[in-house]
Design a protein around this ligand. Structure first.
Ligand SMILES: [Zn+2]
Length: 343
């Protein structure tokens, strides 16, 4: 073999390494036999080194080369035998088809916790006669802000870190612009909920750049704060269980007057105080209020004839509270080890 003429020990080692690799990569007995012939056969590559030994000058070099080739050939032979045993064991595994063996358990997919929360919120409000509607995610500045009482220069605009597309259009920062669209389209009376994505430039343990809101709007003659409270307390008991307790605190939103915040007795400690509720015993659930007369007017509805209430809640937050999820980002990392055990 001319390619091994005058070869040194390094060449023997590299050919042996090649042989061991070929053994490991053999997938069946035929392939394994080809490897055996190629490296260990009479005209194989390792024997080629033995034939070239005569060209080495002194006796000591010949003796050493002979020993090296023999030792490496032996290692390749052992590897071949091990691999042959493995492949034969693998073959016998496939053979008898045992129809009595239990079938492997299949894991079924499931809805994402946020999808489950949105579906459940929709189901509860459907029972109360609310229609689910949607609106555009790319919205006019006018609908997102001006028509819901936040004209240019209004300080509340600053609290929404907005993704602007140009000076008229943006990614909606809340689902409230759909209130205006729904009033214009449906008039009064109406009851709607608006589940959908909203966008803000924010990212930490409790904020995401994209999250969901479910907006609610109820307009009719004689709607009062008591209707708002009764509806949302019914919702809380349906969603979080019959023991859910709520309390109401005054708040401020530009598009409602009066404005309220609904808090839920902590679902973890039951109200005695823990780290989840910051030792207060209460968790913020949603913001709401009576629709501001100017907003009704902007939607083409006469505020002297009709009144209404509106609310906005976060299904991510509802899912976190219902399932005890500590970090909102877990919901969107899509790690099935986290998502699979969700109820
Ligand atoms: Zn608590």
């Amino acid at each position: 073999m001319s390619d091994t003429a005058g070869a040194g020990e390094a060449d023997v080692h590299s050919v042996a390494a090649e042989a061991l690799d070929a053994v490991r990569r053999s997938d069946d007995l035929d392939q394994l036999d080809e490897v055996r012939v190629r490296y260990l056969g009479r005209n194989g590559r390792l024997n080629g080194f033995l034939r070239s030994i005569g060209k080495l000058g002194d006796a000591e070099a010949r003796r050493q080369m002979g020993q090296t080739v023999q030792a490496l050939a032996e290692r390749v032979r052992e590897a071949l035998e091990e691999r042959r045993a493995e492949l034969q064991a693998g073959d016998s595994d496939d053979e008898p088809l045992d129809l009595t063996r239990p079938a492997p358990r299949l894991r079924r997919g499931r809805a994402h916790p946020v999808t489950i929360a949105i579906t459940e919120i929709g189901r509860i409000f459907a029972e109360l006669g609310y229609a689910a509607i949607s609106g555009p995610e790319v919205e006019y500045d006018r609908y997102n802000f001006t028509l819901v009482n936040q004209p240019p220069g209004h300080p509340a605009r600053d609290s929404h870190d907005t993704f602007y597309i140009d000076d008229q259009r943006l990614l909606r920062t809340h689902t409230s612009p759909v209130q205006i669209r729904s009033m214009v389209q449906r008039g009064a009376p109406q009851r709607v909920i608006v589940p959908g994505k909203v966008f803000r430039r924010d990212y930490d343990a409790t904020h995401l750049p994209m999250f969901h809101q479910v907006e609610g709007l109820c307009i009719d003659q004689g709607i009062a704060v008591s209707d708002l409270k009764g509806t949302l307390e019914y919702f809380a008991r349906s969603f979080f269980g019959p023991d859910a307790r709520a309390r109401w605190r005054p708040h401020h939103f530009p598009f409602t007057e009066p404005s309220l915040e609904m808090e839920l007795a902590c679902v973890v400690c039951g109200g005695s105080g823990c780290t989840v509720c910051g030792r207060t015993g209460w968790l913020e659930l949603l913001g709401c209020g009576m629709v501001h007369p100017d907003v009704l007017r902007n939607g083409g509805i006469d505020p002297d004839r009709y009144t209404g209430f509106a609310f906005g809640m976060g299904p991510e937050r509802a899912a976190m509270l219902a399932y005890g999820i500590p970090d909102i980002r877990l919901l969107y990392e899509n790690d099935v080890r986290f998502l699979r055990p969700m109820p």
